[in-house]
Design a protein around this ligand. Sequence first.
Ligand code: NDP
Length: 250
Amino acid sequence: MKSGTTQRTALVTGGTGGIGTAIVRYLAQQGHRVATNYRDEAKAAAWREDMIRDGIDVVMVHGDVADPTSAANMVRGVEELAGPVEILVNNAGITRDTTFHKMDYQQWTEVVNTNLNAVFNVTRPVIEGMRSRQWGRIVQISSINGQKGQYGQANYAAAKAGVHGFTISLAQENARFGITVNTVSPGYVGTDLVMAVPEDVRSKIIAQIPIGRLGRPEEIAHAVAFLTAEESSWITGSNLAINGGHYMGW
Ligand code: NDP
């Protein structure tokens, strides 16, 4: 536990993924009790073992964030095991890329359900508790492509842009309850999600990044740790763009 830090219960959705793992590690290193969801039993067990090897004990509860009932049960399970959620990081996300004229309804709904509706499904069960305790930190992981759009990602860009609207509305509704609500918008980070993009396309992306490389998951986690800190109590409704200079809009 870092001196001066209050131990909080943090729920990071999609904590077993590339960026999620880094966020879980960072928050655990701050001294918080960290929980995440999982879907696949075997994958979760292997991931948890790696974390325990590094001295990090993560509360893990089965749950699909795209499904309202499953997400609510997952939050309940986390609260039973780790206490009320005080820090929520809505991180789980997927892509189903294709140009819009070829996109089917399933590709649209899977992406909207996982990247946007999931934010409702997980935040709704925790918000009243945060309001009654007069303290909370909520961070959504959006994307550079929610800010600038992206060829082949009409579904993903729409969902991630929706997350910004959600953030600034929730921030207004809860500012007087000690709850801050912010978005982190990563550029291209070298996780499985981005390494699945064909190498020639990836090289073209890197050529557009002024800093000249993909981001590292720890660089996103660092921003989440900053926004969820006690001292960040006057930052709400903001969007922190972390993208190597790839998009410098306001
Ligand atoms: P990963 O694919 O590495 O991890 C995604 C995580 O989300 C996994 O733990 C996955 O679990 C979980 N997940 C997906 N769908 C669901 C679901 N329905 N219910 C519960 N959990 C689910 O992705 P990243 O770490 O790269 O991405 C994390 C976030 O950052 C996402 O929101 C993404 O959109 C965003 N982002 C990523 C960028 C990048 O460059 N990587 C750039 C900008 C934004 P499971 O193992 O069960 O599939």
